[in-house]
Design a protein around this ligand. Structure first.
Ligand SMILES: Cc1cc2nc3c(=O)[nH]c(=O)nc-3n(C[C@H](O)[C@H](O)[C@H](O)COP(=O)(O)OP(=O)(O)OC[C@H]3O[C@@H](n4cnc5c(N)ncnc54)[C@H](O)[C@@H]3O)c2cc1C
Length: 448
């Protein structure tokens, strides 16, 4: 297929193909109030919130800022995971409503950071379309389910609308989908510019010290102090915050039951004169968005191409001997040819008219999913004072901000605004280690 023209062979994401500032390596032992592991959006937001409570914060990042999933994603800001109607049924309507509000709150916090740090990241409220494709088995049921979601969301005063075939095709840029469930308040940004802008802003706080190329290796509690052993020295602190996403179980193995490491894969086309679509679009096996270039041209970012149980996208944390599995990092971030084939097949279906367009970037990204598609935010291991955010389930922009505000407030013993409004929801529904998040149910069904 001609779209396989020479993408960057190193798997560098389009979002990271820009100038990035460098931060120093840790080269000596340090003492701080708190230490954050991982400089993706979760770690950086945690550092921001903790520093605002007056903590002296050290952040250690194994690679460079943005190297994780946050520099490899679709860059879409949505307000909840999964179906509103299903969630209302399995839990309660009230809980579904509260979670949606939580997502809106996170979005508000993202906008506040963009303004405060003056991050130029092409932020745009351009909507999200959930597409219905008529060749997918069960598409009529899917359409009915979207209509139900839409109705309930409207009843609860949220933004949602169903689009007919003409409007769906015009906005999605594809002649294929026949209907869409649209949320106009969803937004998109340039994921790389955003995370780098966040790091720049945070590193201006006097009490934040950010180190790159500094890998955390082990956490131990010695008396009253937590010692984080890293490749560059030991950081002694009162507590540790893990923001290592799919790699969180490497430090707290008990989390493995609830956090499944899954690779996503994406590509970006070369510049296009015609606008390929408007905002973010997603179906069962494919999703895409447009990228608007400075010169007024566009690119199309296209991802998906996998079902949840696609074996080549699932990665175990440990080998049989209990050692960190080597494939987790070596292959979790690299595009695979099987995945590429599936992605290209979807692209050919949805965008037959773009078959000749060159592809400039292809990459993989490791993320962490829970069985109930909700994140884990809270105490990961009380015996070593490890707290954290993980299992963002493809929705980092929806939950990382409220998670960071909540955890920082708790560490400071301050009843923050987020704690007052959402504290009990986060503690009840997003608690690490909860049974509904565990993959054992999935394992039982799929191995039977
Ligand atoms: C293909 C794809 C599409 C996505 N699309 C969207 C989307 O449109 N909207 C959305 O909201 N979410 C999306 N997501 C999910 C989103 O990107 C993640 O939820 C989010 O980036 C997680 O942020 P994080 O900071 O927790 O983790 P990451 O961004 O993965 O950062 C973790 C960091 O920890 C570092 N680290 C790991 N181990 C160590 C160690 N031992 N020592 C020091 N540092 C360490 C890593 O190097 C990394 O920088 C998508 C993800 C993928 C892969």
């Amino acid at each position: 297929m001609s779209t396989l023209a020479t993408p960057r062979p190193d798997g560098l994401p389009f979002w990271l193909d820009i100038d990035r500032p460098r931060y120093p390596r840790l080269e000596h032992n340090l003492t701080a109030n708190v230490v954050v592991v991982g400089a993706g959006i979760s770690g950086l937001k945690l550092a921001r919130c903790l520093s605002r409570h007056g903590f002296d914060v050290v952040v250690v990042e194994a690679g460079r800022v943005g190297d994780g999933a946050c520099g490899r994603n679709q860059g879409c800001i949505t307000h909840a995971a999964g179906s509103y109607a299903d969630f209302s049924q399995t839990h309660s309507r009230e809980l579904a409503r509260d979670l949606w509000r939580l997502g809106l709150e996170s979005h508000r916090l993202i906008r506040a950071q963009i303004e405060e740090y003056e991050i130029e990241c092409d932020y745009q409220v351009s909507g999200l379309l959930n597409l219905v494709r008529p060749d997918t088995p069960g598409w009529e049921q899917q359409l009915a389910a979207y209509r139900k979601d839409c109705l309930l969301l409207c009843e609860d005063g949220f933004d949602a609308v169903m689009l007919d075939a003409d409007e769906t095709q015009e906005r999605s840029g594809s002649p294929f989908p026949v209907a869409a469930f649209a949320q106009w308040e969803a937004a998109q940004f340039h994921s790389g510019k955003y995370v780098i802008g966040l790091a720049r802003g945070i590193s201006r706080h006097r009490n934040v010290h950010l180190f790159e190329e500094t890998r955390a290796q082990r956490i131990e509690l010695c008396g009253n102090t937590v010692r984080l052993h890293t490749s560059g020295g030991v950081v002694a602190a009162e507590r540790v915050f893990l923001a290592t996403n799919a790699l969180a179980p490497q430090f707290v193995p008990a989390l493995e039951r609830g956090l499944r490491a899954e690779r996503g894969q994406v590509f970006v086309t070369g510049p296009l004169v015609e606008r390929p679509c408007h905002g973010c679009c997603g179906g069962v096996l494919a999703w895409w968005r447009e990228i608007i270039e400075d010169d007024g041209r566009y690119r199309l970012l296209f991802g998906g191409g996998r079902r949840r149980d696609e074996p080549d996208s699932l990665f175990p944390q440990f080998t049989e001997n209990g050692l960190p599995h080597p494939q987790l990092e070596s292959e979790g971030f690299r595009p695979s040819s099987e995945h590429q084939h599936r992605l290209d097949t979807q692209f050919a279906i949805f965008f037959p008219h773009l078959a000749e367009v060159p592809i400039t970037h292809r990459w993989g990204g490791l993320q962490s999913f829970t069985y109930d598609d909700l994140p884990m935010i809270g105490e990961f291991d009380p015996s070593r004072r490890v707290h954290g955010i993980a299992g963002l389930s493809g929705k980092g922009n929806c939950y990382a901000d409220v998670g960071a505000e909540f955890l920082a407030g708790q560490a400071a013993g301050v009843e923050s605004d987020i704690e007052i409004r959402y504290g009990s929801l986060i503690e009840r529904v997003l608690k690490p280690g909860r049974d509904t998040a565990n993959w054992e149910a999935w394992e039982t069904t799929h191995r039977a």
